[in-house]
Design a protein around this ligand. Structure first.
Ligand code: PLP
Length: 394
């Protein structure tokens, strides 16, 4: 009999972290691996944010804080929602956790009863289904194909809703595809959700600031009749290059926010006091660098999409945001090549050509792979030329 619990047996370790670890091992063994697996900006945290953290240490902000966030950080988050999304929240409608991931974990642990269903459009961020499973719920995966720009359509949404549906998760711009919903597309989904008053909406906006070509970000809580049943999650990890600081937050119905704090009070308590001080500066301080960094991501996106599309057998959509692309490699799989499926494609690419990518099946859609282009142009150029040679050799 294994010591591990039945709950643990329901979930699997994060496949993106697995690829990154394998690449790290190969590198440690002296191999020249290019990692396109990691989901974090390669930029450093801006100096003003670091200074705020140093100042917090010097001032003695080194003790426990309120469980779900300091008043100063909640006020900064409140101001952010007002300024950027035209959304008003009371401080009691705001919760801060140790990264967006903990916030999501709190939400679902606090609200899911056995067999409650959560609609997750695929391709999805790898952690959604496993967090739902840990909480005892049922992920209901709805596949959204390349010809739909990997986005959920109102028709598919309506078909997916059942009496057991408790939540639907929307993630725009998306990890792993970079696709983002326009205002009109969100309004169309909202029209469907209007009828199902018991369904709550979790909007994961963590890539809000990384969009291109004048794309206008819109979030579903901005639809007035859905605001009361929408929980909007965001964080400083991606926009402010602060993945290691571990600060995420959410705003929404008081009842859920209070329940989330209860979970957090019995697990980690408050997020790090110093990181919270840094996040206050991130949200209240100068924002100009965000646009500059997005411009730099845009150049890389253009390069990656163009070069991938020049490879025979690969097709790659040009996404609106985030720092991922999700190319289709179906033509390179099957009888005519040695590649069995997308997992095998990623394994062989790593072994033979020393480029680490994550297979599409890890995100719930086979026949694709995810590239994170949050790395230098030099690395991208090298990686693409290796991918090209690899694909041509099949
Ligand atoms: N949501 C999405 C879509 C993500 O890609 C990530 C990180 O990769 C997160 C949430 C969680 O971010 P963090 O816990 O670093 O704040």
């Amino acid at each position: 009999m294994s010591i591990v619990s039945n709950t643990l047996k329901r979930i699997k370790p994060s496949p993106t972290i697995a690829v990154t670890s394998k690449a790290r091992e190969m590198r440690a063994a002296g191999r020249d691996v290019i990692g396109l697996g990691a989901g974090e900006p390669d930029f450093d945290t801006p100096d003003n944010i670091k200074e705020a953290a140093i100042e917090a240490i010097k001032k003695g902000d080194t003790k426990y804080t309120a469980v779900d966030g300091t008043p100063a950080l909640k006020k900064a988050i409140q101001a952010k929602f007002q300024r950027e999304n035209n959304l008003s929240y009371d401080l009691e409608q705001i919760s801060v956790g140790t990264g967006g991931k903990q916030v999501l974990y709190n939400v679902f642990m606090a609200t899911i009863n056995k067999s409650d269903e959560v609609i997750i459009p695929a391709p999805y961020w790898v952690s959604y289904p496993d967090i739902i499973l840990l909480a005892g719920g049922k992920p209901k995966i709805i596949k959204c194909e390349e010809n739909e720009n990997f986005k959920l359509t109102p028709k598919k949404l309506e078909k997916a809703i059942s009496k057991k549906t408790k939540w639907i998760i929307l993630n725009s711009p998306s990890n792993p595809t970079g696709s983002a919903y326009t205002k009109k597309e969100i309004e169309d989904l909202a029209e469907v959700l209007k009828k199902y008053k018991k369904v709550y909406i979790l909007s994961d906006d963590i890539y809000e600031h990384i969009t291109y070509d004048n794309f206008k970000f819109f979030t579903i809580a901005q639809i007035p009749y859905l605001k009361d049943r929408t929980l909007t999650m965001n964080g400083v990890s991606k926009s402010y290059s602060m993945t290691g600081w571990r600060i995420g937050y959410a705003a929404g119905p008081k009842e859920i926010i209070k329940a989330m704090a209860k979970i957090q009070s019995q697990s980690t308590s408050n997020p790090t006091s110093i990181s919270q001080a840094a996040a206050v500066e991130a949200l209240n301080g100068a924002q100009g660098f965000i646009k500059e960094r997005a411009d730099s991501f845009k150049q890389r996106r253009n390069f990656v999409v163009e070069s991938l599309n020049s490879i025979k057998g690969i097709n790659c959509l040009k996404p609106e945001g985030a720092f991922y692309v999700f190319p289709n490699c179906k033509k390179l799989i099957g009888k005519k090549t040695i590649i069995k499926d997308d997992t095998n494609f990623a394994e062989k690419l790593l072994e033979k050509s020393e480029v680490a990518v994550v297979p599409g099946s890890a995100f719930g859609l086979q026949g694709h792979f995810r590239i994170s282009y949050a790395t230098s142009m030099e690395n991208l150029e090298k990686a693409i030329s290796r991918i090209k040679k690899f694909c041509e050799s099949l």
